[in-house]
Ligand binder design. Structure first.
Ligand SMILES: [Zn+2]
Length: 707
């Protein structure tokens, strides 16, 4: 068995276990003790060497779901089975012949769980397995690797439900599919610097939920509900990977370090990324539509002031001058088919010649051309341009056979799909050759034309895709690692045919897609609005392989402190982006009706972004290629509150001074501190030798920090 991320020699050693006085089974490793219930194998307790409990009692060891031939689910929990144990091998037997095994072992303070499910009843398929089940106290904060990194404190923000084939996309529910909306396959819960880390050590990145269930409010169950499509010939599920639980000291950064250490062992992360030269110039994106008035749906999509495309050149020149920067014009509603009508986008609205004039004018100045696309969905009818319809072709060519299906053969799509949305259509199955071929051919038209960057996988959150159960497709009828491999293969084909065009996705790329999608539109807003606060988890783990941009805010923000937002982006290591309205002024984001007006204080914001981008260009070994690290200086400033208005309104707790710390390939270190307020702010710095220094940062000042 291939074991990654820990000492395999130790792992194979005999596990120490014993009965505890309280009818628990104890596993000891290092100074840590894991206790499982002798009655049913559920995880009861994890006490670290520091003597502090990390968990609360779970009532079940696992749940699983079977599908019958009609796609009807049967959900079973461990208490539906008879439990027995032989040393570190736990077994649950069901009366219908179903047998679940869990090998439990330990090494170096880490506890490992390796499940298998055998004896699947005839006519049934194992859809997913959710175990071991791990519960924490709601007093703990949770690092949740969704939406680029979220620290969850509001556990009542949504009810839990297992993931599956979905008919509607509901961001508030934060569908937590990995690799996708969830970008990493671990969670960490901490309080007072004492944490517990729960992960799947799965180098094939099998689709799974990375999620939390608030249960009765007294305990939060962490779930890595895993899809079981990678079956053995006898129908059994015997994954090659395991789950792990470990105590650790620290909060979200220390947990991300554990995950990053594992990521560094993966083959795709052994190589240094190949970056286009323009990334070293840290171009600023100007995001705007060429049709409509700032809304992303509705039928009022007349060409606006940015069409013909060259009409945008005065804005490009203005912001290039104000920011002392190369510009990337990043277009929305440019597709000649209809806005938001994937997979077909070409030719551009108004024809190739019109866009070629703009491309050439940009390139003549050293600027860049980028486009938003809409991912791998299939459009039957545009809800924006009703003349655009592929219904006849779909019927004539029997294209329904290539679309994703649910367990009952149902066909739909869940993102931006509906009469009041952008389109009516389906999702393409990326394991079907016909779909992959159409997508590669369409993307090649963009790259051949000389487009520099395509946010091609917008609406493919994290660069992933959803769950296909089609029995008539060539893949297994249950989602599995095959689906991730299909997407990775597609992305590599796109890059091979891409003529140097860079590809990106919506949110930062999920773990297996990071090497293919190095520049994406970050989406920290849902973390802020629903669950707690955003933290730059993706940047902390992956920045040395990818460098994203501050995005378009996904239409979620109406009002917010712009300096806090963009300075946060700087500390995340992101490049910058701005959204323009029909006056060429900077607005809060896209989509947002232009009637909301421009950002107040936008002139001061330009001055700040010019300075921040100059720092980015001065320090590419840190801010483009470097690794985010934990603070090497203790930096403290007063707590502060930022208000926001958007899909929901509220506040976020922050500090008066923001900081970030970086390491480059030579092992050198640098830090930055910035005051986002319009008043002076004090920063107390405690050096490693105990020396304390207090610095006063002027309004909007940014400083470098050295060891
Ligand atoms: Zn399929």
């Amino acid at each position: 068995m291939r074991i990654i991320g820990f000492k395999s020699a130790v792992f194979t050693a005999v596990v120490a276990f014993a009965f505890a006085a309280s009818a628990s089974i104890e596993f000891k490793s290092g100074g840590a003790v894991l206790r499982l219930a002798d009655a049913n194998g559920a995880v009861e307790s994890l006490v670290a060497a520091d003597g502090a409990e990390r968990l609360v009692v779970a009532t079940e060891a696992f749940t699983l779901q079977l599908l019958d031939e009609k796609g009807e689910p049967t959900r079973l929990k461990s208490s539906d089975f008879a439990f027995s144990r032989d040393g570190g091998l736990f077994t649950w037997r069901h009366t219908d012949g179903l047998v679940v095994h869990m090998e439990v072992s330990a090494a170096d303070d880490v506890f490992y769980f390796k499940p298998s499910v055998e004896g699947i009843p005839a006519g049934m398929l194992l859809e997913w397995f959710d175990g071991p089940q791990v519960c924490i106290s709601p007093e703990r904060k949770l690092f949740w690797p969704d939406w680029d990194g979220t620290e969850v404190t509001n556990y009542n923000s949504r009810p839990y439900r297992p993931i599956g084939y979905r008919k509607r996309f509901t961001p508030g529910f934060g569908s937590s599919l990995y690799p996708g909306l969830a970008q990493m396959q671990f969670m960490a819960a901490y309080k007072d610097g004492r944490g517990v880390y729960f992960s799947a050590v799965d180098d094939r990145h099998t689709p799974k939920a990375v999620d939390w269930d608030q249960q009765d409010g007294k305990s939060i169950r962490l779930t890595l509900q895993t899809f079981c499509g990678d079956l053995d010939a006898d129908g059994a599920w015997r994954p090659k990977f395991h789950y792990s639980i470990r105590p650790y000291e620290g909060e979200w950064m220390e947990a991300c370090e554990i995950y990053r250490d594992w990521v560094r062992t993966l083959p795709d992360f052994q190589r240094k990324p190949t970056r286009p030269k323009w990334m070293y110039d840290s171009p600023v994106n100007l995001i705007y539509p060429v049709r409509g008035a700032g809304n992303d749906c509705g039928r009022d999509m007349k060409p606006n002031r940015f069409f013909p495309y060259v009409n945008a050149m005065p804005a490009v020149e203005k912001y290039g001058r104000l920011l002392d920067s190369r510009i990337m014009a990043l277009l929305v509603h440019w597709e000649g088919t209809a806005p938001w009508a994937p997979p077909y986008v070409w030719p551009p609205f108004g024809g190739e010649e019109a866009l070629a004039k703009f491309r050439d004018a940009l390139h003549a100045r050293g600027d860049l051309l980028g486009v938003y696309c809409s991912g791998t969905a299939w459009t039957q009818v545009s809800a924006i341009v009703p003349d655009y319809s592929l219904e006849q072709r779909f019927e004539d060519e029997h294209l329904g056979r290539y679309m994703m299906r649910g367990p009952k053969g149902e066909i739909t799509a869940c993102i931006c799909n509906g009469f009041d949305s952008q389109k009516l259509g389906y999702d393409m199955c990326l394991a079907e050759d016909w779909c992959a071929g159409e997508i590669v051919a369409e993307a090649a038209k963009l790259s051949r034309f000389g487009i520099d960057y395509s946010q091609f996988f917008d609406q493919n959150m994290g660069g992933g895709w959803l769950l296909c159960y089609a029995k008539h497709h060539k893949h297994p009828p249950i989602p599995g690692a095959w689906a991730v491999e299909a997407m990775r293969t597609l992305q590599k084909r796109l890059i091979a045919a891409g003529n140097g065009m860079v590809f990106g996705c919506e949110q930062t790329a999920a773990t297996p897609y990071v090497p293919n999608l190095p520049y994406s539109d970050v989406r920290p807003m849902p973390g802020l609005m629903f669950f707690g606060r955003p933290v730059p988890g993706s940047a902390f783990v992956f920045h040395e392989w990818m460098c994203n941009f501050t995005g378009n805010q996904c239409g979620m923000i109406k009002r917010m402190d712009a300096f806090w937002r963009w300075m946060s982006g700087f500390h995340n290591g992101d490049m910058f982006s701005l959204v323009l309205n029909d006056s060429g002024e900077v607005i809060c984001g896209w989509p947002a009706p232009w009637s909301w007006g421009p950002l107040p204080e936008r002139d001061d914001l330009m001055a700040v972004l010019k300075e921040l981008n100059a720092i980015r260009k001065k320090h590419p070994s840190f801010l483009l290629e470097g690794r985010m690290i934990r603070p090497f200086l203790k930096c403290e400033s007063r707590p502060a509150i930022v208000k926001f208005e958007g899909w929901v309104s509220g506040t976020v707790e922050t500090t008066e001074v923001l900081t970030s710390f970086w390491e480059n390939e030579k092992g050198e270190h640098i830090g930055f501190a910035s005051n986002w307020r319009r008043e002076p702010s004090e920063l107390k710095i405690t050096h490693a030798d105990g020396r304390v220094e207090t610095r006063t940062l002027a309004p909007l000042e940014v400083i470098e920090l050295k060891k």
